[in-house]
Write a protein that binds this ligand. Structure first.
Ligand SMILES: NCc1[nH]cc(CCC(=O)O)c1CC(=O)O
Length: 334
């Protein structure tokens, strides 16, 4: 696009900013609660809620409490939730087999949400980190996260989530060939309409810190990193290759993660592929905005809206954000 305009004063660009009415009329991007996916944490227990200290405003909830909170979120207009389990340490193991236990926390939460609120879209996370004794998303052999054996486990996890009623499978593991393997298994087992929202461009980021506390994976990871499978934050072309690859294997939608530091990737992906594109405003992004707001250094409501609007401007169709209920309650749309 080449903007053309008459010279000043025929053109005064401030004219269309003069009142809120005209500002609204010419606003290019809109943000709506219906664009948001709410990531939620589930823990064992009954009638139990506990705050996640590094994520002010975020709770871990027992299955019953989660189902209640999710029903309220649905009433606020939030269309989808993404479930993350806080697995008790005695259920984390070398083979991570709790990941495909039909009775694991994530599957129980899926069923409870579907029972309480059938229209809510349930997304589930595919990766072994809440179940492995290493805190890694896959199996570790000789210090390396092995690909192909991990994919076999991820396929079992996927099927158990679909069986429990998940609508959207969210592979966050970054193994090679997992989308194709999952898609084939879903087709074969009668889950033709179960969607895959691929974490296609997921970076090895320090912004996941508070999340690893929230799901209890930080301790097992022992300060290790995920650089042999998650992307180098310095790369962009590689993100396009990953998105192309995941689409060719049967992903329905793609995600960029983290969000705010990677808006350039969102824009490139949307322009290049034109597919449903999501960004994950991750735990660390949320934590830093909330921490500054708590200190009175930033206006919390305003930075919430501005940070979410940035994703729409960058071309995203939707955003995974811990702010979802707060945005829905306070604004609904912007
Ligand atoms: N596979 C795990 C997973 N799924 C979502 C997040 C991060 C979400 C967040 O920080 O909010 C992570 C963390 C990681 O890769 O270590």
């Amino acid at each position: 696009m080449q903007p053309v305009h008459a010279p000043f004063p025929a053109t005064r660009l401030r004219r269309t900013r003069v009142s809120s009415g005209i500002r609204d009329l010419v606003q290019e991007n809109k943000l709506d609660t219906r664009d948001l996916i709410w990531p939620v944490f589930v823990c064992e227990g009954e009638n139990h809620e506990e705050p996640v200290p590094s994520m002010p405003g975020v709770m871990r909830r027992s299955v019953d409490k989660l189902a209640e909170a999710v029903s309220e979120a649905y009433d606020l207009g939030i269309p989808a939730v993404d479930i993350f389990p806080y697995t008790p340490s005695d259920k984390r193991s070398a083979d991570a087999s709790e990941a495909w236990n039909p009775e694991n926390l994530s599957n129980r939460a899926t069923r409870a949400i579907k029972a309480a609120c059938p229209e809510m879209l349930v997304m589930t996370d595919v990766a072994l980190d809440p179940y492995s004794d290493t805190g890694h998303d896959g199996y570790v052999k000789d210090g390396y996260v092995v690909n192909d054996e991990t994919v076999e486990a991820l396929v079992k996890q996927t099927l158990s989530q679909a069986e429990a009623g998940a609508d959207i499978i969210g592979p966050s593991d970054m193994m090679d060939n997992r989308i194709g393997a999952m898609r084939a298994a879903l087709e074969k087992n009668g889950f033709q309409n179960v969607m895959i929202l691929s974490y296609a461009a997921k970076y090895a980021s320090a912004f996941y810190g508070p999340f690893r506390d929230a799901v209890g994976a930080a301790a097992s990871l022992k300060g290790g990193d995920k650089k042999t499978y998650q992307m180098n934050p310095a790369n962009t072309d590689e993100a396009l290759r990953l998105v192309a690859r995941d689409l060719s294997e049967g992903a329905d939608m793609v995600m960029i993660k983290p969000g705010m530091p990677y808006l350039d990737i969102c824009r490139r992906v949307k322009d290049q592929f034109g597919v449903p594109t999501f960004a994950y405003q991750v735990s660390g992004e949320y934590a830093m905005l909330q921490a500054a707001a708590q200190n009175g250094w930033l206006d919390g409501d305003k930075v919430m809206v501005e940070s979410l609007m940035a994703f729409k401007r960058a071309g995203c169709d939707g955003v995974l954000t811990y702010y979802a209920p707060e945005f829905a309650r306070k604004f609904g749309s912007a």
